[in-house]
Design a protein. Sequence first.
Length: 303
Amino acid sequence: MDYRGLLLLWAARETGVLDAVTLHAGTPAAVADEADVTERAARITLQALEEMGFLERVGNEYEATNRALGFFAKTDVRSIGSVPHRLDCVDRWLELPETMRTGDPPAKSEDWETNFVGAMATVDEATVRACVTAAVHARPDAERVLDIGGGPGSFATEFARRDFEVTLFDRPAVVDRVERLLADEPVELVAGDATDDLPDGFDVAFCSRVAHALGPDENRRLVANAYDALEPGGAIVLVDRVRGRSEGAALLGAHMLAQTERGDAYTAETFTDWLDDAGFRNVAVRDVPGTNMQVIAGRVPRD
């Protein structure tokens, strides 16, 4: 989807056209009346949304397709997809000039957390397998894995399939949303703030795509807490896009400027400094095969 389609969806959501056609009205005239837009605007928008696969014609009316479920069905995060979160991000991008002046991004929408988890659940299986394999290589004899910020559980369940004992740690709001989703998986859920404290006794502390959403001080605390969570010889495995090694990482930093209060994209040297200062040894940064991400790994000394 190019920027025009995304902005059209954003406008349809902001005007109420999206709610109208997915919940109440089926014809351009009815949508125009429900959303208080012109009939021309409704007609052109509905035609475009049909072409994009979010609507289909049934007789003389438009109906939502499965691709549009995420706009109004929020119970199962797996059905939400990435687009609702991308629209939430558009909100913040459009407010970026003000954020640049004040340092404070806009307040989060009511569905922000749910849409975010839904987007995180769309990570493709090949990426999940590649990242988990990188973590296994960092500590081949591991038994217990702590998945920090594991969201909907894509990585945690892959670890579990490989017979690791897995604990998924994330913010309470996220754990609440994924508890039912993971009810039948052999994954323990623990709620908390990784920059405050983490449970201990693990062989691997795995953390995928979290560091760029945090500021430097927060990342230092997370890494220090991961050190305390690990047994002697344990490994920390951070997966992220490293500035200077991953194409588009600097633009990811700009995205974090629009979306977060302190997030950024960080260099290999910065990651290495954080791990070194926390006490990790044998710190290394490597590419994750088949992805545009890197793994930053280090070990807790055995004595």
